[in-house]
Write a protein that binds this ligand. Structure first.
Ligand SMILES: [Zn+2]
Length: 478
């Protein structure tokens, strides 16, 4: 029953989507996971590279994990998955332990009779009638948590060790960047992530997911600036990184816009082909294969859902949990942890404003100079009340502050880059005063300081930038 004001209503729902990291999905759906012979929940004939089973498969039906498209792959349906689950249930009493383990390996499932896969009637309440149609891998975990980006950035630094674009140079280049306030105030710039790394290190780049998301376009900009014509020995590695960045651009875009799944499919395949060629099959992790499934998720669900918000909630529980060291056999630890987490969530909800779209943060009455400037610009609002603020929330909820460099657009000029001065609100409409920069190509701009008004709704996002030594030009991360 759902309480609605004074009354209650019966609420019916269907499980529409499960998204989680690979470990959680493995535990939920009892597939054998990334280190197994059959490492993919969605695929029936994809075997791990290290097993080499595809080399000894007389039927020719197995394909290695290193394929860069799903063309030769046989995917599970809800029916085939349930058949496999029920085969395990039927054969369990008759088989020896060793024979049963082989059967589990061959169908890619671990028999857990208490698990969701063996739960009668559950599938009727799932979208599409089963786990396959309501499950997504999480792109954040696949790419940015010990993910495809972390491994490839590490391998790339290994390949660039002897060049001017090595990791130590990138670290010092990074220190000259300026981050938008929304990132620097949360400490997710990634500025410190490479501090302890040596130039020859090719291990994974260890960052938080948010830091990785900030660093990937900066590393691309650094490569574009530092290796204008890369040497043939490193060019394939650099091209592979550019292809990976293209995939990440599309995934980031998918958070607020629609993206054609065929464009995403082509970008992912192009990257995986390059990665395989440069770094070989041993660097082709199961996450590389999982990435191939994202375009189908876009097709079937219309979008990709990621774990960013879930991960932020971990922080909330950890914040209280780390303070409570008095764990014992009773449930007092869990109880006090839960009550503190719920209380702070209630407080957060009290302060939370559900107003979406563009809005000023803590607006004040505008000075007469600002009011007359915006009224001259608009004309028709000549008598209206004007508020002003140094900070505004953009339409997708991103904070945009004075001094931030932003990507914006207008119908007559198309896309442009500028530095924000401040924002105003007048009769429910929002405008931003910014100084447009002159584009010179290859992400380089001449910094100008003649401000003009734009509608804040046309400001798309904030950008990281780096002022050149001449103090006249700046590079802006794409
Ligand atoms: Zn698969």
């Amino acid at each position: 029953m759902l309480s609605i004001g004074q009354s209650s209503a019966m609420f019916f729902g269907q499980l529409g989507l499960v998204v989680a990291d690979e470990v959680a999905l493995k535990q939920l759906w009892s597939f054998r996971g990334a280190s197994a012979t059959l490492p993919c929940f969605f695929c029936r004939n994809v075997c791990s590279w290290s097993s080499q089973l595809h080399e000894h498969d007389d039927s020719g039906s197995l394909v290695p994990l290193t394929v860069s498209t799903l063309d030769a792959v046989v995917q599970h349906t809800n029916e085939t998955l349930l058949e496999a689950a029920s085969l395990l249930l039927r054969r369990k009493p008759a088989l020896s332990k060793t024979a049963f383990t082989s059967l589990e390996q061959s169908v890619g499932l671990t028999f857990s009779p208490e698990g969701a896969l063996w739960s009668n009637g559950l599938f009727n309440d799932m979208r599409g009638g089963g786990p396959l149609t309501c499950t997504q891998y999480d792109w954040m975990h696949c790419f940015l948590v010990s993910g495809i980006w972390n491994t490839e950035a590490g391998l790339l630094f290994g390949a660039l060790a002897g060049t001017a674009a090595n990791c130590v140079s990138f670290d010092s280049w990074l220190q000259s960047c300026v981050w938008p306030k929304s990132l620097s105030s949360r400490g997710v710039t990634g500025k410190q992530a490479l501090k302890k790394r040596t130039a020859t290190d090719s291990s994974d780049v260890k960052t938080s997911a948010s830091e990785g998301l900030t660093l990937y376009p900066l590393l691309r900009l650094f490569l574009m600036e530092t290796l204008e014509a890369p040497d043939a020995s490193v060019a394939p590695a650099v091209q592979s990184y550019y292809a990976l960045s293209r995939v990440l651009d599309l995934l980031v875009r998918l958070r607020n816009h629609s993206v054609d799944s065929s464009e995403l499919r082509a970008a992912i395949s192009a990257h995986l082909q390059r990665r395989l060629l440069v770094y070989g099959p041993s660097a082709f992790t199961p996450k590389c294969h999982y990435a191939l499934h994202f375009p189908s998720f876009v097709d079937s669900h219309g979008r990709l859902v990621a774990c960013w918000t879930h991960e932020r909630k971990h922080k909330e529980v950890k914040r209280h949990g780390n303070q409570l060291a008095n764990a014992n056999k009773s449930l007092s630890f869990e109880k006090s942890l839960l009550s503190q987490a719920v209380l702070s969530q209630l407080l957060h909800l009290k302060e939370f404003s559900a107003v979406g779209g563009v809005q000023l943060v803590a607006p004040q009455d505008a000075s007469s100079d600002i009011a007359s400037s915006i009224m001259t610009f608009l004309g028709e609002y000549a008598q209206a009340q004007v508020s002003a603020s140094l900070e505004a929330m953009l339409k997708h909820g991103e904070l945009c502050a004075r001094g931030d460099v932003v990507l914006a657009h207008s119908s007559d000029e198309g896309k442009f880059i500028g530095m924000v001065w401040f924002h105003v609100s007048i009769s429910g409409a929002h405008f931003t005063l910014l100084a447009k920069w002159h584009a010179l190509g290859r992400n380089v701009f001449k910094m100008l300081d003649a401000p003009s008004w734009v509608e804040t709704v046309n400001v798309s996002r904030t950008c990281v930038y780096r002022v050149h030594k001449d103090m006249v030009h700046a590079s802006v991360a794409p």
